[in-house]
Design a protein around this ligand. Structure first.
Ligand code: ADP
Length: 399
């Protein structure tokens, strides 16, 4: 053999020699060692099989006729322990039936005794090629397994991404459907009343002309409010709104809120309580913070009951955030409606006659709060009232 037989770990290829005849075994081991192999010789097949459990051999030369165990049974047992082992049967019986039996049991070849060096080399070269092929197969198989695992992982990611895209697409379709519906309602009113005003077939009193005109004006204002809020929501959702996050003192802001909402409260016969707080400050965009609070407060007025109250309170939470709670004594929100609260255009079944609105205020407030690293929490009891709490990061103490 011209090349030194080494395995994939740069170690001499190890050969297990199982033969009960001491002389044959020793000669065989010596011959192989001289050829550059590492050998381990066993007279007892059971001891050889036991060693297979802990030592990695590449080739096994197994005597066919041994008193304690038939060589073919040894090969079958050895292959069960190390399936990649290249087994050669060594025999003095050179008949076709023996070689067939050996090959059926999983041997790759057989050698005839007494053997000469040329026969041994040929047999081992063949075994080495098979060992190398099996090693290549094993590493390719491992690579295929790894590729398949990566492919499965990518597939799972693809499914998640596709589902998310599908959900986003469904949400957009729902949004567009609701928007068309909401735009059509005031538009129909504008078109209908304009037709009546224009038509000579419908005689009208001045009072009617005045009423119809004011319906048209109201619908036009409502339409403008929807368009403005939709544009604002689209800008916020696409991340195109630039927020100027800074420390905002809450006391002056709450005072401004009191003045903003005070008149509406008086008109609806509501009492307004603004708890001064203890000098809390939050990190926020002041204009957007004012927009969120105004939305919560005007909802607190719109959905309140006559003679009720509206409260604003401030507290520092254990985690260090600041909570601004707006509580009303209104109709409350049923638990099953809660998940729909921040959906654009979802007015939870209310119509324009019950209370003016677009169904976009809370959706916008929720997105804005989240962009300012905050959130809106809701607590409500039907018939008793609701508390909408805006939670924002506290501003770091000054000095
Ligand atoms: P809008 O007030 O224009 O309808 P919002 O997005 O502000 O839109 O609110 C969505 C819906 O949530 C309202 O139509 C109303 O049904 C319900 N809602 C909001 N705030 C309150 C509240 N304080 N009490 C009871 N229901 C409320």
């Amino acid at each position: 053999m011209e090349t030194f037989p080494i395995d994939s770990h740069d170690k001499p290829v190890s050969v297990l020699v199982i033969d009960d005849e001491d002389l044959v075994r020793q000669v065989m081991c010596e011959l192989l060692e001289r050829e550059g192999f590492a050998t381990a010789g066993f007279a007892d097949p059971l001891a050889a099989l036991a060693s297979l459990a802990s030592v990695d051999y590449s080739i096994a030369l197994v005597d066919l006729n041994m008193p304690t165990m038939d060589g073919i049974a040894v090969i079958e047992a050895a292959l069960r322990i190390q399936p990649s082992l290249a087994c050669l049967i060594v025999t003095g019986e050179g008949d076709l039936a023996t070689s067939q039996r050996a090959l059926t049991a999983g041997a790759i070849d057989y050698m005839l005794k007494p053997f000469d060096i040329v026969a041994v080399r040929t047999g081992l070269e063949r075994a080495l090629r098979i060992v190398a092929l099996r090693e290549t197969l094993r590493t390719s198989d491992a690579k295929v397994q790894q590729c398949m695992a990566e492919l499965a992982f990518l597939n799972r990611q693809l499914v998640v991404a596709r589902n998310a895209a599908q959900l986003a697409n469904d949400a957009k379709s729902r949004f567009l459907a609701s928007m068309s519906h909401e735009l059509r309602t005031p538009l129909n009113s504008i078109i209908g009343f304009s037709h009546i005003l224009k038509s000579s077939q419908f005689p009208k009193t001045w009072q009617q002309v005045e009423d119809f005109s004011s319906h048209i004006l109201q619908s036009a204002h409502h339409l403008l409010a929807i368009v403005n809020e939709v544009l604002d929501l689209a800008r916020v959702e696409s991340g195109k709104v630039e927020l100027h996050i800074e420390a905002v003192q809450l006391a002056p802001l709450l005072e401004a809120c009191r003045q903003m909402i005070g008149q509406q409260c008086a008109q609806h016969g509501l009492s307004l309580h603004v708890a001064a707080g203890k000098g809390e400050a939050v990190m926020a965009d002041v204009l957007r913070l004012r927009q969120i609070l105004f939305n919560l407060l005007s909802n607190g007025v719109k959905y309140n009951t006559a003679g009720g109250s509206l409260k604003i309170a401030v507290a520092t939470l254990p985690a260090g955030d600041v909570a601004i709670a707006v509580s009303d004594t209104g109709s409350g929100i049923a638990p099953e409606m809660m998940s729909r609260l921040f959906q654009p255009f979802d007015r939870l079944g209310r119509d324009q006659h019950a209370a003016n609105g677009t169904g976009l205020g809370l959706a916008l407030a929720d997105r804005l709060a989240r962009q300012m690293f905050g959130r809106i929490e809701v607590d409500s009891v039907v018939g008793k009232g609701s508390t909408f709490t805006l939670v924002l990061p506290a501003a770091p103490p000054v000095g």
